[in-house]
Design a binder for this molecule. Structure first.
Ligand SMILES: Cc1cc2nc3c(=O)[nH]c(=O)nc-3n(C[C@H](O)[C@H](O)[C@H](O)COP(=O)(O)OP(=O)(O)OC[C@H]3O[C@@H](n4cnc5c(N)ncnc54)[C@H](O)[C@@H]3O)c2cc1C
Length: 383
């Protein structure tokens, strides 16, 4: 494994870093306070390729490799958890399944529309009011064939980007008998009759990334809106989540990096007992642990992404990287607040927002418990 980035990857990292520093990071607090999606910056991200990271160039995307995707996602997380989450949901969840599994017609119709930042984004609705971790057993949103159409009925929850999306890729039950071949993915345009997108959920963190409940009341879409073969929805979902876990881990590394940088700056300036608090060994040990944990998480993310680029299995490594990086980000943000003392608890300082944003990461795209189940399955299978 090569630990050095290629020249192309280094150049990409700089482009994204500079863009995030200029357009996204300065708005992070406002986005959180106002609970508003940063459309302005996201639209500007289209031309540099941030909206087409999973989309082949033939359909208007930048189609970056997994390592470059992780690099960009870390930079986004460094700038703003909300914007990073929305773009990750768009790239990884809302466009990748189309690029990987959909018909040529669907790719041509929908991917260019969402790759450039001129229109709305993509979204993926898996979770339901009664099912999150257990999609195979729990999904009750169903699609039935009637003539040349699917008729969809049911409800989804926590759909990131639903209110700012052109379409929602929806996981539905197409075989009422159940089992691992009973789910399918269907593309549902957001202007479909009978589709209702609820108001954005009131959240603890990532408040500038809208997530809504969605209801389907006899929503009709063409049979051709099926993504991949009928009955492959669960397998397509699991593969999508493997890649998504690298991204959620990368956002977490970015959040932790930003929190550490804030803590370093504060520790140099704040005086107590006649000296900067950075002079206390207790502060230095906290910073050392932060730096070490961030480096380790980044390395784990890079390895999982590299395996993906090599076309090798990476299910275990993605689960490990997501689990470690997300729990690490919480620890780092916690200590960054501690170093800020009382100011760290104030909304005047950025670290409290980062802590709230990081808290989501151990839940979305598979909870920590589910990552441990995935890892344990591999461990037990190898003995
Ligand atoms: C801000 C936000 C954005 C989101 N965006 C999206 C999105 O864009 N699309 C989408 O489809 N979903 C989205 N989600 C939903 C998210 O993926 C789910 O919340 C997550 O998968 C967990 O599912 P759940 O909430 O139903 O929890 P549950 O599955 O009910 O789990 C509850 C608890 O039980 C534990 N648990 C469950 N099963 C087991 C087990 N077998 N062993 C041990 N412990 C277990 C879990 O780890 C958890 O601690 C989002 C959620 C949030 C909060």
């Amino acid at each position: 494994m090569n630990f050095d980035l290629s020249n192309e990857q280094k150049a990409w990292k700089k482009i994204v870093h500079d863009f995030v520093a200029k357009e996204i990071k300065p708005k992070a607090r406002e986005v959180d306070e106002q609970e508003e999606f940063n459309w302005e910056a996201v639209r500007k991200g289209g031309p540099i390729g941030l909206l087409g990271m999973s989309i082949p160039e033939a359909y208007g995307g930048s189609n970056v490799d997994a390592v470059s995707g992780a690099i960009a996602t870390e930079e986004l997380g460094w700038g703003c958890g909300s914007t990073a989450l929305a773009l990750t949901a768009h790239n990884g969840l809302g466009t990748a399944p189309i690029a990987l599994y959909a018909s040529e017609e669907l790719k041509k119709k929908w991917l260019p529309l969402v790759a450039e930042g001129k229109n709305k984004l993509g979204a993926l609705a898996l979770t339901e009011p009664g099912a999150g971790s257990d999609l195979q057993g729990g999904v009750i949103t169903k699609a039935e064939k009637q003539g040349k159409e699917w008729v969809i009925n049911g409800a989804k929850m926590w759909c990131t980007n639903a209110s700012i999306a052109e379409y929602i890729i929806t996981l539905v039950r197409t075989d009422p008998q159940g089992g691992s071949k009973s789910l399918s993915m269907i593309l549902v345009p957001t202007n479909s009759k009978g589709l209702q997108i609820g108001p954005a959920e009131k959240k603890m963190g990532v408040r500038g990334s809208p997530a809504s409940g969605v209801t389907y009341d006899n929503v009709r879409v063409p049979l051709d809106n099926l993504i991949g073969p009928e009955g492959r929805g669960l397998q397509q979902t699991l593969a999508t989540l493997d890649a998504g876990r690298i991204s959620i881990g990368a956002i977490s590394v970015g959040l932790a990096q930003a929190a550490m940088e804030a803590a370093v700056n504060y520790a140099r300036e704040r005086k107590a007992f006649g000296q900067a608090i950075s002079e206390f060994q207790a502060t230095q040990f906290k910073l050392a642990d932060m730096a070490m944990e961030i480096e380790l998480a980044r390395t784990m993310i890079s390895k999982a992404a590299w395996l993906k680029d090599e076309g090798r299995p990476y299910n275990k490594e993605a689960a490990m990287a997501k689990l470690f990086a997300t729990e690490m980000a919480e620890r780092v943000c916690y200590e960054a607040i501690q170093i800020h003392g009382g100011y760290g608890y104030s909304r005047e300082y950025h670290v409290e927002r980062m802590y709230r944003d990081a808290r989501l990461m151990t839940i979305g795209e598979g909870t920590s418990e589910i990552q441990r189940l995935v890892i344990a399955r591999h461990v037990l299978a190898s003995e």
